[in-house]
Design a protein around this ligand. Structure first.
Ligand code: ADP
Length: 573
């Protein structure tokens, strides 16, 4: 059950007030009663001392009948019970009863005290009178001898009557005090709980989105400070919310106007947010709340989203939606457990790229026939042995050869790009390299270069496209041969876990550092005239890189000028 602050403060006060009142009442009453009894005791003692003068002669002379008569008279006169007791405890005279009928009083506390020479006092229930009584006893002594004890007593019922009156009065005052203090406590509790209640209401309104709430408080205490802080906090929140709303609005406009499709998914793949472009891509405007796979049927996308949720990274994938191609980037927002997808339309780019490729393939194909014809006629003219034209024919032939090389390389590159799928077969690298080496044997001997192949005799076969691997080795060995004048070429094949590491190393002119990062680009050559002289096209390494990539391998080149170069290729087995 929810208890209000008012209830808590007020019930606290109520408890304290009642507890204090009861304590004060009990204490006051006990003090007053003690004081009363003390005063009465003193009065009785004084009375006893006065009476002692009268009774002492009769006790001394053993005139007990006279004594009893005197005691009865005096008792009736002063309204107090008077008893005279012998040192052995026998009652000699009593104002109320017949002394002979009374029992021995030697064990009574006040009598024992009086016989010891002190003033005896006791409050007790009298078995003789059958009422609670206050007894005061003093010794009757002459010189050093104790003749007896004089005891005066009063009915406590009288004191109790008096005290009861007093009790009623004290109670009345207490009730008035309690009522007044509770009234004050109620006002005080209210004054404390009211601002707290206001704060609670105001916080509820703020929580519900109403930032125009203000607490009006004139208090100068902590509650006043709290109200001021609350007002300040609400102003700040309002400012922040306004700024955020503006930013959100701007962001929404930006997202809406972006050409790329943007969509935010929860971790189960449900669409939380998307822009107009996304609606256009999937031909559906009501996408919110749907699962992405209801709109885009793509295995690749499913795999991408599955991986992104597990690996917390950003990844890209090319996917097809409604016969158009998109680069889909997926990012996982781990804080919100959401996935953001952006779809960039690359259909036109792909078309243009394809057109370019087709163009290159067509041009190289179309150029091949006329170039071969030119070469053929040049060779025919050469046979005429005309010294005048020989020089020019040599130039034409060299350039025609170069053109044929370029066209061949371009055609090869186009074919590689066209047919990206590999024709995998078991390839024996030792055999393959040795066969290629035979092709270069003559050139190696002409240049007086060595050729070394470091491969284990029982090196296992690898799964690869034999034709493409051949092309790769031809280009690399051709380069090594072209740019090496002394020393030779070493090919090393090693097995590393599930990969094959191939190193093609030469002792040639090397390549300076600044060119290394660009060496695999199409038509990139370090030294144009040298490359031309060697019949280079600038496409050899681009072809090699492409072959390595379609095999899902890696390639790198290290080189030192005038020391040589080393191309390292890692292929999966
Ligand atoms: P190219 O047909 O001109 O050899 P490549 O693409 O095969 O074209 O090589 C690009 C350039 O890289 C070459 O022009 C050459 O300058 C440099 N290069 C390639 N291989 C080597 C090598 N083994 N030693 C020195 N330079 C090389």
């Amino acid at each position: 059950m929810k208890r209000s602050v008012f209830f808590k403060i007020f019930s606290g006060y109520l408890l304290i007030t009642l507890l204090l009142s009861v304590l004060i009442l009990v204490f006051t009453f006990a003090t007053i009663k003690d004081h009363y009894i003390q005063t009465l005791t003193n009065d009785l003692k004084n009375l006893a001392t006065t009476l002692k003068l009268k009774v002492t002669p009769l006790v001394r002379e053993n005139q007990f009948d006279k004594l009893d008569t005197l005691v009865k008279e005096l008792g009736a006169e002063i309204g107090t019970r008077i008893t005279i007791i012998a040192p052995d405890g026998m009652v000699l005279a009593d104002s109320e009863k017949d002394p002979k009928a009374m029992e021995n009083h030697s064990t009574r506390l006040e009598i024992i005290q009086a016989l010891e020479g002190k003033t005896g006092k006791s409050i007790r229930f009298s078995r003789t009178i059958k009422e609670e009584m206050l007894y005061v006893a003093i010794p009757i002594n002459e010189e050093d001898a104790v003749l007896g004890v004089l005891r005066v007593s009063l009915f406590l019922s009288e004191i109790n009557g008096l005290l009861n009156n007093l009790k009623t009065k004290i109670l009345q005052i207490a009730i008035i005090i309690i009522a007044v203090s509770l009234f004050v406590a109620a006002i005080f509790s209210k004054s404390l709980s009211k601002p707290i209640g206001e704060l609670v209401n105001a916080s509820h309104r703020v929580a519900a989105g109403d930032f125009d709430v203000m607490i009006l408080s004139k208090r100068k205490d902590e509650l006043g400070e709290l109200a001021e802080s609350f007002n300040y906090m609400v102003t700040q929140i309002k400012k922040l919310v306004t700024e955020l709303s503006l930013e959100k609005e701007a962001l929404n406009i930006i997202i809406a106007s972006i050409q790329e499709g943007i969509v935010v998914l929860d971790k189960k793949g449900k669409i939380l947010l998307s822009n107009n472009s996304f609606g256009k891509i999937v031909n559906n405007t009501a996408v919110k709340g749907k699962f992405y796979w209801e709109l885009i049927r793509s295995l690749k996308l499913g795999k991408l989203i599955g991986n992104i949720g597990r690996e917390n990274t950003v990844a890209n994938e090319e996917i097809e939606i409604n016969e158009r191609n998109y680069i889909c980037s997926a990012a996982f927002l781990s804080s919100a457990e959401q996935i953001v997808l952006t779809l960039h339309d690359i259909t036109e780019i792909l078309q243009v790229t394809k057109m370019k490729k087709d163009f290159v393939a067509n041009v190289s194909h179309e150029l091949r026939t006329p170039l071969t014809a030119i070469k053929g006629f040049v060779e025919t003219l050469e046979q005429e042995k005309n010294v005048k034209t020989k020089h020019y024919l040599d130039i034409i032939k060299r350039h025609t050869d170069r053109l044929i090389n370029i066209v061949q390389d371009l055609q090869l590159l186009s074919e590689l790009e066209e047919k990206e799928n590999l024709e995998l077969e078991n390839v024996n690298l030792q055999k393959l390299v040795n066969n290629i080496f035979k092709m270069f044997n003559q050139r190696l001997t002409e240049k007086n270069l060595y050729f070394k192949l470091n491969i284990a005799d029982n090196f296992p076969v690898i799964r690869a496209d034999s034709f493409k691997l051949e092309q790769m080795f031809i280009n690399l060995i051709d380069n090594a041969l072209k740019y090496t004048e002394k020393g030779g070429i070493t090919i090393t094949v090693d097995q590393i876990n599930s990969s094959v590491k191939i190193g093609i190393e030469d002792t040639g002119i090397g390549i300076s550092g600044e060119h290394l990062s660009r060496i695999f680009e199409r038509f990139y050559v370090v030294d144009k005239s040298r490359s031309r002289k060697m019949g280079g096209t600038g496409l050899g390494l681009a072809i090699v890189k492409h072959i390595v990539q379609v095999h899902k391998g890696e390639i790198k080149i290290e080189s030192k000028v005038n020391k040589g170069s080393k191309v390292t290729i890692i292929l999966p087995r």
